[in-house]
Structures are given as structure tokens and as C-alpha cells.
Design a binder for this molecule. Structure first.
Ligand SMILES: [Zn+2]
Length: 311
């Protein structure tokens, strides 16, 4: 350890309490945990509880219990996003004052009509309120100005990703009209506040990453590295929704589920590990973890998508 680069590795796992932890969550938890452990770094746990209408009572507490039962050990206190609202509001004010964000009073219907008139894909917002003056007392959303924003980054598993935010996404929401802080803002603010050096998560969030990188740039934050886990495909190579990963995991099957997760992540965990204990499995995983072995795509042996609980 005589390297001059002494940057402490910091990773995190950040589930939303909208249901029980499922196999997809376990993959993200396992990969982010092993990345951190292998680099003698820290692994933080953050509960993304910013959308009460979608949350299931008790789900967050169940996360902590399940993660512990699986043998995950997080560093420091658990971060609850619902307790950081003042912090997000302060950042929003800053962006508004700098003219990097603006208030938008368009209804959902108006946004759909504007997109139609401009020949844009539904949901893409092309700045109707950029130059309008909307009073803070009026009901409004806050949007980030994306004019001319093009983002390019290289993901450790998915390779090079490019997005023209202005054209493909539009000015996206940082605070919803109902007052809730948007996921994109909270993630960026918290990753920076906690000094996260690498974000390891499911590829269902890959599409959000350019937005988050652009927001980091606007706020003058450092960009973490990114590693998005495999895209789930069926044996024919067709993309599956994350419902295929939606089966809840149970502490009673911790050993088998972890072993399965490691193999899904390309780690070739030997079958003999199933005869041992959970601690032996973790020991093996820490010693043998290779992020380079994670496949870009993951064939799920399930014949079709089952209509299980939604996530
Ligand atoms: Zn508007």
C-alpha cells in the first residue's frame, strides 16, 4: 500500500422500501458489498424512502433484518432519505438561484400535448416553462435545465453509454408538483455527501445515470465510477423486466440464495460451498470476487415472466 492514490473506496446499497428484498436486490447488495470489501473500502446502507404512497409499512425494517441474516455488515449509521429533506431543499434553492433549474406549472395533460406538438416521445419535456415566471406560491414542479446536455460515460460492465439528455429525456423533475423530492436529486446529493466512489446497482437504473451525471456536473460534484449489473434476458436473449427478479428472498435460504447470486454474477462458486456455512461462503466470495467476470447479460432460466408483485 505505498501507492500515492489513497482514495478510500466507498460503495453503497440503496433499496427503496416498496416491497420485500428480492433476488434482484440481493444481486445488487452482493456485488456492491464484495466490491467494497475487496478494496478494503466501506459499504454504506441507505434507505430511499422518499415516496410514502408507494412504500410498504415495515419494509425498511425488514430490509435491515434480512441483510443482517444474510451476513451483510454495513459501515456507520443507516441513512434514511426521509430525514434529509431540508438538505435536498437547500440544494434545490441553490439550483433555482443559479438559474440551472426552474419552476414548471404544466399539468400532465399539457406536457403530453406539448410533446405531441413538438413531435417528441411522450413524457419528454422540452422546456415550456423555461422562460415563464412561475411564482413559488403556485403549485409547481422544479425541473433541471438540460439544454445542450450530452453525457458519455464508460460503465464497468455495460461499456460506453451516451445520451443526449435534451433530446432523449428533456428537462427532468427534481421536485414533483406534489412536493416529493425526486429520486434523481436525492441520489446525486447523497452519493456526493457520503463520498461514494463507485455506484454498483441494477441495470434497470442505467437509463437514469446520464441524468445523475449531468446533475453532478451542475452541482460541481465528483463523478463516481459506475457498475451496472447484467441486464436480465430470457434464454432466447430477449430483455426481461425486473419482475423476473421479483421473488422475495428469505433468511431461511440465505446460503443457497447467496450461492446462486454469486453464480449469477459470473463467480463460479463451487457447489461444495452449499455443504458449509454462510461464513465460509462469504470468505470464499471475498477471496475470489472478480468484477471482470460479471456478464453483461444474464439469461434467466424461467420460461416466461410471471405476473408477480410489481416493483
Ligand atoms: Zn412547464
Amino acid at each position: 500500500m505505498t501507492e500515492s492514490s489513497t482514495r478510500l473506496y466507498r460503495g453503497r446499497f440503496a433499496p427503496s422500501p416498496t416491497g420485500p428484498l428480492h433476488f434482484g436486490s440481493l444481486l445488487a447488495a452482493t456485488a456492491s458489498y464484495l466490491q467494497a470489501k475487496q478494496q478494503q473500502g466501506q459499504w454504506l446502507l441507505r434507505i430511499e424512502d422518499l415516496d410514502p404512497p408507494r412504500e410498504v409499512p415495515g419494509a425498511a425494517e425488514a430490509f435491515l433484518y434480512t441483510l443482517e441474516a444474510f451476513g451483510f455488515e454495513w459501515d456507520g449509521e443507516v441513512c434514511w432519505q426521509s430525514r434529509r429533506l431540508d438538505h435536498y431543499e437547500a440544494i434545490l434553492d441553490e439550483l433555482l438561484q443559479q438559474g440551472l433549474a426552474y419552476r414548471c406549472a404544466c399539468s400532465r395533460k399539457a406536457i403530453t400535448q406539448q410533446a405531441e406538438q413538438l413531435g417528441l416521445q411522450a413524457g419528454i419535456y422540452r422546456g415550456h416553462c423555461r422562460s415563464r415566471h412561475i411564482s413559488a406560491h403556485q403549485q409547481h414542479a422544479v425541473r433541471l435545465l438540460t439544454e445542450g446536455a450530452r453525457i458519455r460515460f464508460v460503465d464497468a460492465v455495460q461499456g460506453e453509454i451516451q445520451q443526449d439528455l435534451d433530446r432523449e429525456v428533456g428537462d427532468f423533475v427534481l421536485r414533483r408538483a406534489d412536493g416529493f423530492i425526486a429520486y434523481q436529486l436525492a441520489v446525486v446529493v447523497d452519493d456526493a455527501a457520503h463520498g461514494i466512489t463507485e455506484v454498483v446497482r441494477g441495470s434497470d437504473l442505467l437509463d437514469s445515470t446520464p441524468r445523475q451525471i449531468f446533475l453532478q456536473q451542475q452541482l460541481g460534484y465528483a463523478r463516481p465510477d459506475y457498475l451496472h449489473l447484467p441486464v436480465a434476458v430470457n434464454p432466447q436473449g430477449q430483455k426481461l423486466s425486473k419482475q423476473s427478479f421479483a421473488a422475495a428472498i428469505s433468511p431461511a435460504d440465505a446460503l443457497h440464495s447467496l450461492w446462486q447470486a454469486l453464480n449469477f454474477l459470473g463467480q463460479q462458486a463451487p457447489v461444495e460451498l452449499l455443504d458449509g456455512g454462510r461464513d465460509d461462503l462469504w470468505r470464499w466470495a471475498r477471496e475470489h470476487w472478480q468484477a471482470q467476470a460479471i456478464p453483461r447479460k444474464l439469461a434467466i432460466p424461467y420460461p416466461s415472466e410471471s405476473p408477480s408483485n410489481e416493483h
